[in-house]
Design a protein around this ligand. Structure first.
Ligand code: SF4
Ligand code: SF4
Length: 80
């Protein structure tokens, strides 16, 4: 199934608590293993594509660091 959306995580606000990682039903978020944000935390990042844009990660984030984008539906192809 194609991804229905994606997220952006604000490195500035994320404190690396991992709540979004634990609550994402699609398990597409991780704490970045190889970089730190300006606060010294490993920030969350989406690393797999199968986001459904459910919004749970943004709801549970205590620092409002996540923005969820839902992809527009493609119009049905007309058959020739
Ligand atoms: S919107 Fe839903 S599926 Fe997408 S990353 Fe957040 S919790 Fe996971
Ligand atoms: S829940 Fe928010 S603060 Fe915690 S790791 Fe995820 S994006 Fe960062």
């Amino acid at each position: 199934m194609p991804p229905k959306g994606r997220i952006e995580v604000s490195d500035f606000y994320c404190k690396g608590c991992g709540l979004c990682v634990n609550f994402c039903p699609q398990q597409v978020i991780r704490l970045a293993p190889d970089r730190l944000n300006p606060k010294g935390y490993h920030p969350a990042e989406q690393y797999l594509e199968s986001c459904t844009a459910c919004g749970i990660c943004a709801l549970v984030c205590p620092d409002a660091a996540i923005t969820v984008y839902r992809f527009a539906k493609q119009p049905a192809q007309a058959s020739a």
